[in-house]
Design a protein around this ligand. Structure first.
Ligand code: FBP
Length: 336
């Protein structure tokens, strides 16, 4: 008889022992709250075209991105869910210039959540995969709590993402492996389907926006040229897969191996310009990938060592299979 699938709340309860005592209740409450919001977001995405929820609000956010109606709706839904969780003292969101402070009774054990409520929003109007990315950091009882979000990626207490694709999956880590759950739309529960995810040491697929090729660092260009150069013995050429949503590209990479890369624009070598945001895109994904046995680099070093000094700071990212990312770093070294 098939074993009863483990629910997310049961799994979180089993992970408590691996958490610092002061954060255990907060992590369980906050990730549980994010999962409940994810169920609502999944339903809303399925009805978006029927409820006039597609399209833009006609403005840009602090990063200069066009803001979609669902970006705003997703932000509000996440804020309400975090308020209700009772474990979150502040939200740093892609859709809010400053952190949103949340009065909370949990005191010093409350957490600061950095979140991209709807990642890949350029896919929304074309019914492509999108996601939610989250990172939990200690508030250290600071008031206001928002500034406690700033710092290294190694200070994250937990992180994860939700991918809204044909199915809805949630993957999270508290620094004790990475674990995947699939939403049962009938019961509204996330069930453990991918325990202890291990990313293959080497892959066959890479994901990058090749349209930016001529703005890349020379090492990045040579690395992609290498991946595209046929060499049967070395399993090359690699295949190119790029969804336009970081969550979908990282999820594929986590399960199948290979690489997801969003390098900096080096058109002006003196001022490289990255795109993805460190606190609520790059650092949480790096934590998950490392916990699955992968590697996450800027090209020059470990992403989790980067210290955020601004809420919407950007960073270059090359993540995925250990051997593939190490080779990318080698190409950067040779070209620096
Ligand atoms: P948002 O949609 O949350 O702003 O995320 C940024 C993002 O869409 C990533 O999900 C994706 O990897 C990347 O930008 C795609 O950028 P581009 O269109 O330049 O390839």
């Amino acid at each position: 008889m098939a074993a009863t699938p483990v629910t997310l709340s049961e799994h979180l309860a089993s992970q408590r022992a691996h958490l610092p005592r002061e954060h255990a209740s907060g992590v369980v409450a906050v990730i549980g709250g994010i999962a409940r919001v994810a169920v609502v977001i999944a339903q809303e995405l399925a009805h978006a075209a029927l409820r006039d929820r597609l399209g833009s609000v006609g403005g840009t956010n602090v990063s200069g991105d066009e803001v979609k109606k669902l970006d705003v709706w997703g932000h509000e839904a996440m804020l309400a869910g975090l308020r209700a969780s009772g474990g979150c003292a502040a939200l740093v969101s892609e859709e809010a210039k400053e952190p949103v402070e949340i009065p909370v009774s949990a005191g010093a054990s409350a957490l600061v959540v950095c979140c991209d409520p709807v990642d890949g929003s350029s896919n929304l109007d074309v019914n492509g995969a999108v996601g939610t990315i989250f990172s939990l950091r200690p508030s250290r009882g600071q008031s206001p709590a928002g500034p406690a979000a700033l710092g290294r990626g190694t200070e994250q207490v937990a992180a994860g993402y939700v991918m809204y694709g044909p199915g809805t999956v949630l993957v999270y880590t508290i620094g004790h492996g990475a674990h995947g759950f699939t939403l049962n739309p009938e019961s509204g529960e996330f069930l453990l389907t991918h325990p202890e995810i291990r990313i293959p040491k080497r892959g066959k697929v890479y994901g990058i926006n090749e349209g930016n090729y001529y703005s890349w660092h020379a090492g990045q260009r040579k690395f992609v040229d290498h991946l595209r150069t046929p060499d049967k013995a070395e399993g090359r050429p690699y295949s190119l897969r790029y969804s336009g949503a970081m969550v979908a590209d990282v999820h594929r990479t986590l399960l199948d191996g290979g690489l997801f890369m969003y390098p900096a624009d080096c058109s002006d070598p003196a001022k490289p310009k990255a795109k993805l945001r460190l606190l609520y895109e790059v650092a949480p994904m790096a934590f998950v990938v490392e916990q699955a046995g992968g590697r996450a680099s800027t090209g020059a070093g470990r992403v989790l060592e980067l210290a955020a000094t601004e809420y919407h700071q950007r960073a270059a990212i090359i993540l995925g299979s250990q051997d593939d990312v190490a080779l990318a770093e080698e190409f950067y070294r040779r070209s620096s």
